[in-house]
Every structure is written in C-alpha cells, then in structure tokens.
Write a protein that binds this ligand. Structure first.
Ligand SMILES: [Zn+2]
Length: 364
C-alpha cells in the first residue's frame, strides 16, 4: 500500500483513532533504526568484509567473513542489551540540557521501572563520556579545583546507619578533608573549551598535578589560578607560565586579566547541578556526570558556532551513542573503577552493591 493511500485513509479517522495511530507509529520505530542498515565493519575484528545475514525483529543482521561472528549495529555498544529501544526516542530528548528529570518522572513518562530508567541513564552517559576528550594547545588556561562530598549514595552496609555517626561523618566533609573528592576544572580563554577531571580525595599534592597536566593534553599553555603553594611550585618546576591572584580577591588587582572567573562560574554551575538538581550523586557515577557536563558545555559552544537552529543536541546524542565503541566497557567497569578510586586514596569502606558485571568479574 502506498503512503499516499494511507494518508488519504487517515483523514477519515476519528480523533481518538488518530491519537492511537500516533502512539502506534511512535512505538514502531526507534531513532537508531537508520544506523542498523549502515554498518560498515565488524565490531570484533574491524574487518570490512561483512555481508547481510537476514533480519531479526526488524533489525538487519550481519556476518563477518573473516572472524565468522554474527552481529548487528547494537553489538558492543551501550544499546546491546536494551529492549524497548523505541522508548529511547523520548528518553534521549530529556538529555539535551542539564535539567534531566528524576528517575521517578522518567519511569512514569516511559512506563519503565526506576531501575531501568537508572540503567539507561548510566548507559547513555557512558556512551557520551569517551567523546569528551579535550586537549588545549597554545592558549591561556583558567585553572581551579573544587570539592564534592565523597558519596556512597544507594549502597548498603556502610556502617553508618547510626544517625549520630552519620552526622559526625558529614561534619568532617569540608575543604581539604579526605572524605571529599577533588575535581579539577580547566577552561580555555581562547577556545572556550572546558575540561573537568575527577582527581583524588583530600589535599591536592604535586603528584595529583603531575597526573593531570600531561603533555598530550596541555601543549604550550599558560595558566591563571589562585596562589596555591602546590600550584606555584608545580608550574615553576615544569616551566609553565603561571600568573596568580589571591584566592579571596578572585582577581589580581595589578593585572585585571589575571582571574579565573569563567572557570569559577562553570564550577558553580556544576556544583548546583550535582548537589541541588541531582541532590548529590554517588562518587561511583560522578565521572559520568562530569563528562556529561562537559558534553552539554561543548554542545552549547557548537550551537553558537553553527546556526543555533541547525545544531540539534538530540541528534548529536543519538549519533554519539550509535557510533560509540567504548561506553559499554566504561559502564561495565564502573564498580571496579569506583573501588579502585577509593583504594588509591586509602579508603576501604565502600559498602555493598549488587553490580551485575562486577559480580561476574569477581567470580571469574
Ligand atoms: Zn570480524
């Protein structure tokens, strides 16, 4: 039947039938469908010697002539185990700004469980994360750090069920406390790029600076920051031009160019997002939200660069998810990375989490 005839028939439908039809059409395809017929290489061995091998549930299957693996466009991406991909049409739309809805709201809107909403959210963020690999070349950087409470939100057997113990623990979590996570912010004066990095817990040391300011990431830069002793000695030792101001003044009175107000406003935005909008996030997932904050920042830059109407964040997210090959590993590794992060910083109390992939890894 041609589309013309169908269109003609639709005109005669009642309003309620039209509504039903809209819902039916919405659920009969997914925004990722167009990727299913555009697979160019094998996800296992990257060979391009692949042929079509029938369809399953409307999705094109392929076989690799080199390694004999069967696959489709979802293989080795975060979409691989996702059922109801048609619901991602609406799901993705909620991620075009920092204002993401609560799990409860997502679950209600899409008729999925809160656990599924949570898993999908983490999968989406894991797919976005590898894209935000920022480098700075030949420019001035505004550098600053901030702290967030070390959070084990959503975990059990923490030994802090006693409210008094919990309150005492919260009190310890200020400034350079070892119960905080330090996050580095770098903002390029010229490129306007933003890099955010979850670094360590407690006081910033020379080692933390060395781990962050690697040569592949920062080439021929100069730095504006407050006059933190560690910063000063690190930049001096590494021959990086460094101009400082007194922290509480926020700007140098001798040279008004020397400040980090852009970095600072980005920090305020990030802290508001994590602490107020999300009401705190578990440190386990902090890295995902950090990278996503960067992604939204980058998307805004792109919008300004191109025509605002031509740049569509939803398309950008879908495209990133469909083409990404690293997110699924990040997602599976999140529990291990979290435990590793705590361990590297001298913490052993991480509580329990029934993490599916983690349990498999431990058993193996
Ligand atoms: Zn292959």
């Amino acid at each position: 039947m041609s589309l013309r005839i169908i269109k003609k028939g639709i005109k005669h439908l009642s309003i309620s039938d039209k509504k039903e039809l809209i819902d039916y059409i919405k659920s009969s395809y997914s925004v990722f469908d167009e990727y299913s017929i555009n697979v160019k290489a094998c996800p296992e061995c990257h060979s391009d010697y692949i042929v079509k091998n029938g369809t399953r549930k409307g999705i094109q299957k392929y076989i690799c002539k080199d390694c004999k693996k069967n696959f489709n466009y979802k293989t080795n991406t975060v979409l691989s185990k996702v059922q109801k991909l048609n619901k991602w049409n609406e799901f993705v739309d909620d991620f075009t700004s920092l204002n993401i809805p609560s799990l409860k709201a997502m679950s209600k809107k899409l008729c999925i469980s809160e656990q599924t909403a949570f898993n999908w959210r983490q999968k989406l963020l894991s797919a976005i994360a590898p894209k935000t690999n920022i480098t700075f070349t030949e420019e001035a950087i505004e550098f600053d750090e901030t702290w967030l409470r070390l959070s084990r939100k959503g975990r059990r057997n923490m030994g802090i069920e006693d409210p008094a113990v919990y309150r005492a623990w919260r009190k310890k979590q200020v400034g350079d406390s070892p119960y905080n996570v330090k996050v580095f912010f770098s903002s390029g004066r010229k490129s306007k790029k933003l890099d955010v990095h979850q670094s360590h817990t407690g006081r910033t040391s020379r080692k933390d600076m060395e781990n962050y300011f690697i040569k592949d990431k920062f080439k021929d830069i100069s730095v504006f920051s407050d006059a933190h002793v560690t910063y000063k000695s690190f930049f001096k030792a590494n021959n990086i031009e460094h101009q400082t101001f007194i922290g509480k003044n926020h700007i140098s009175f001798l040279n008004k160019e020397v400040h980090n107000q852009t970095a600072n406003s980005l920090i305020r935005g990030f802290k508001y997002f994590v602490n107020e909008h999300m009401r705190g996030v578990s440190t386990k997932y902090l890295e995902h939200y950090i990278k996503w904050y960067q992604f939204i920042h980058e998307s805004k830059l792109q919008m300004h660069k191109k025509d605002e109407l031509k740049f569509n964040v939803t398309d950008e997210i879908c495209d990133t998810i469909a083409k990404d090959k690293f997110g699924i590993e990040l997602y599976r590794q999140s529990e291990l990375s979290f435990i590793r992060f705590l361990k590297n910083n001298g913490r052993t109390n991480h509580g329990d989490c029934k993490h599916h992939y983690y349990a498999n890894k431990m058993a193996a």
